[in-house]
Design a protein. Sequence first.
Length: 580
Amino acid sequence: MTSALAWMFLASTLAPFQSTSAIPRSKVESTDHLDKEIEHVDPRLGGWDTEVLSSKAGDQLKEFSESLMGSLPVSAADLPDWVSKEVQSTRLRPTELISQGDAGSLLLRRGTIGEELLLGREALAQSMEQLRASLGLVQDAHAKIKVVRVVGSPPITELLFRVWGEREDAERVQSDAIWSCEWEREGEQLVLKSLRAHSYTESLAAGAFFADCSEALMGSTEAWQKQFMRGTDEWCGQIELGAGMDQYAHCGMTVLDIDADGLEDIYVCQPGGLPNRLLRQRSDGRVEEVAQQYGLDWLDNTMSALWIDFDGDGREELTLSGNAGILVCQRAPNGRFEVVNHLGSTGGYSLSAVDYDGDQRLDLYVCKYSTSETKSGLPAPYHDANNGPANFMYRNLGELQFEDVTDAVGLGQNNQRFSFAGSWADFDEDGDPDLYVSNDFGRNCLYRNDQGKFTDVAASAGVEDISAGMGVSWGDYNGDGHLDLYVSNMFSSAGQRIAYQRSFKSSTSTETRALFQRHARGNSLFRNRGDGTFEDVAIASGTWMGRWSWGAGFVDLDNDGDRDLFVPNGFITNESTKDL
């Protein structure tokens, strides 16, 4: 990921150097070298014809899907001219949908689309109209297409198709399907010869589960007006990197009751150069920013915060991780917080607390990621990196004192990876908490706890999940009494297209190619079999495609007694909608 972004940046800087007549020989050689590298960025120069085709097909299909958004019935005349007169197509929506559960406010239905092929543009237009009319979209309608595979000759593109929006009754509807499109080249044009729809799902929600009240609650604060409403790109252009500002900043937050008034407040971590924020909730539901009042407006790069009582005195301490290290802060008599312990481990990405040894004191686990602490800087190899900084297990000695017991308790095993998050749960039901660690660029770890000693059993349990691990959550999603595991990864449509091409890493083994292919697949849901092993049911359950996911969580969103999944996602983007 990093190298690709770097070359895209270099490509944008080359325009002034295209004419080399007045440039010294050394400069010419340097520019020639960069020109060769840029071939890896431009698919036309790099020989990736499938990517050129994917881009062209995606643009045309966007035009195709936009005809679903109109209010008038779709007819053959509305179809683009690149749809063949003899186009063959299945129905786009099943004739029968089976309910997968009705929680009152949310209805989920699935159906199987038959193999019957209809002939001609008029039949395809009728299928489109049936889909549009059945969804009842009237406003705020959207369609999205992601091409995930290009195979064969004539070329076939496999894509994810989604339509969503609001109906006349103010209900929100969404349909998802997988489409296979067969094309024929006619000069620069792609002609659609056939379209087959598969795997159809439709959801209907009576109104929105959530309403965005951010501005209503925070709009009057200076933090909202002068900082939160500006993007990271703007601050990166104003604050030096030396302060800890980073375009790729990963900053967390913690919920706390700072003034013991029974109302929950929020402490927001910030990139270096921006002050951390403490949003105290008022009785009217709105918030006020009071970090300076409590001495918590740190300017140091802060990546994680933990509000928890480590010394057992009934008052929580605030523990912060970032470039300044792991800082344990306690409230002084004047109400302000002071650092009472500095554990010295810089670059901590996430913090978690647990009593791993049963001594009735909460201990501290620190996940680390920073590439600045590795010998090569970048993860290597990309798909199975084992050159990252070590995570730390700190045992609580009492009175806010800790000792590093990482190696002593067995957590030094497989501890050189790029860790985003750790989560504790008693997956083997023996009475002590076990630890799952999600790692970017490769294998994850599942440390089984046996009376305070840990063993990494991820491989034997079937949960190494070699991918781009970013978040982890435990929950019994199927109600069988065993804790299941959900791991947030990276879904990449480009990665799925490229990694399956014959020319992709053609000199490497089949096993290595499979790891790259898995890297782009998406999220994993592991069903706990109850015997110490897990089964990956992400594809069967439809939980694999969470886009570029981060920390997901099990939660009963619709109050029906079942665990649902909430998956935040996204990455650095720009003003072009094609970048989303």
